[in-house]
Design a protein around this ligand. Structure first.
Ligand code: SF4
Length: 423
């Protein structure tokens, strides 16, 4: 396809330590558009190799509001079925702009490695020195080693390395959308991290029309979102206890008009706007995980500190929180550290009330959403939380697709494509 993608598919054979670049099949892209729908086809093609597919959506990393997401599709070690997991923050967009629209990983590396993607170049880099280190140290190491502090990193901590299904993929430093054991999958593959820096540009068929439609969508989004911001706007029914003591700022992912994440600052006063410390606190991006720690009996300051512990270790906090119930802070921290240091498994995907199709999509969005709209979000690269809040206007999507690719697709056909992902 001439527009919106580079057309590059990267295949990484971790067993052999080899990378291969191919062009994505043109007809596949035109018919499936991207994201979870293309990932499904790649997953099927490589099924005998138990692959992990990562794909950008058609709209990922554009001006379209909420277009922050790439999608990871793999067999969940918890359900043993294929599932999709969102990669948001800035990593989802950077993956696409680094020059690889789709990536298939398979095999097990004999020695730990990380994948470094930039400028349409893919390198497997030895990771012996960072295997065993926590995610914050690992992200810092990769940024230092590659000499660029804006590298986005998708990575695992000690919990994933131990191949426990409580292992969670972490994005940069933060616990995020993986609640289906993909941290374990990367651990099984000997893949510590994927670092990505994207400087590419996307070609559009009709930039003026695209800009006009985007500005309309942004205006409507701003009006509907109003002043809503922070984790309390994402989970209005949750009692955040004394969160005001550490609440610092609300934060949005790439191109999102609804900053649904909140930074908690506990190592220096939250009133200090400029951060003097390197590690002043934690971004609460995994709001359901944070709520689970509150429910386990911790106040908001303790729960924030425990979010740092799980983020560093790469432990999924919803699955871990019940094990800390009734413990004091120090004992809970020690318990989590033990869970990260040994193989810890969970029996099921944790429940997030209201999450859409938790049998298929990692339950990252506690604000629900209609099945077809969420499936469409996973195809287009729109964050599912954003799609759940705003819905997806299929007529507008049809117009945007034509403006950016010249592909004519009716709203009905878009709905049909979304339903194909739901099976
Ligand atoms: S809705 Fe929240 S999680 Fe989703 S893109 Fe916006 S800020 Fe990120």
């Amino acid at each position: 396809m001439d527009y919106m993608y580079t057309g590059n598919l990267l295949i990484v054979d971790l067993e052999r330590g080899e990378t291969e670049e191919r062009l994505v099949d043109e007809e596949l892209l035109r018919s499936k558009l991207g994201g979870a729908a293309v990932n499904d086809a790649l997953f099927k093609e490589f099924e005998s190799k138990d692959p992990v597919a990562i794909g950008a959506g058609l709209f990922t990393s554009t001006m379209i509001p909420g277009s922050s997401m790439s999608v990871m599709t793999a067999r969940s070690p918890i359900t043993n079925r294929k599932m999709h997991c969102p990669i948001v923050n800035f990593a989802g967009a950077e993956l696409k702009l680094a020059g690889f629209d789709f990536i298939v990983l398979h095999g097990t590396s004999p020695k730990p490695v990380y994948l470094w993607l930039h400028d349409e170049i893919a390198d497997l880099v030895p990771a012996d020195g960072i295997w065993g280190r926590d995610t914050w140290q690992t992200a810092d190491h990769i940024r230092e080693e590659q000499g660029e502090e804006r590298i986005q990193v998708i990575l695992i901590g000690p919990a994933g390395e131990k191949k426990g299904s409580i292992g969670q993929l972490v994005v940069d430093y933060w616990s995020e959308g993986d609640k289906v054991g993909f941290g374990k999958r990367l651990g099984e593959m000997g893949l510590k991290a994927i670092g990505t820096r994207g400087m590419g540009e996307l070609e559009l068929a009709d930039p003026e029309r695209f800009l006009e439609l985007c500005l309309k969508a942004i205006g409507e989004a701003r009006e509907r979102i109003g002043g809503a911001r922070g984790i309390d706007s994402l989970m209005p029914s949750v009692d955040l206890k004394n969160f005001g003591v550490v609440r610092h700022r609300d934060s949005a992912c790439f191109g999102c008009p609804w900053p649904c994440r909140t930074f908690a600052k506990y190592n220096e006063p939250p009133t200090v706007l400029k951060e003097a410390l390197e590690e002043p606190g934690v971004l609460i991006a995994d709001a359901p995980g944070f709520a689970a720690l509150l429910r386990a009996g911790f106040d908001a300051v303790e729960a924030s500190r425990l979010m740092e512990v799980v983020s560093r270790l790469g432990i999924e906090p919803l699955g871990a929180a019940p094990a800390t119930e009734g413990l004091g802070f120090a004992d809970a921290k020690a318990k989590l550290e033990r869970m990260g240091a040994e193989q810890t498994d969970v029996g099921s995907v944790p429940t997030v009330n209201g999450a859409c199709r938790p049998d298929l999509f990692s339950p990252f969005a506690p604000n629900g959403g209609e099945d077809e709209a969420i499936a469409l979000a996973y195809i287009l690269g729109i964050c599912p939380r954003y799609a759940a809040r705003m819905g997806i206007d299929r007529e507008l999507v049809s117009q945007l697709i034509e403006a950016c690719t010249e592909i004519e697709i009716t709203p009905e056909a878009i709905g049909s494509l979304a339903r194909s992902v739901l099976h």
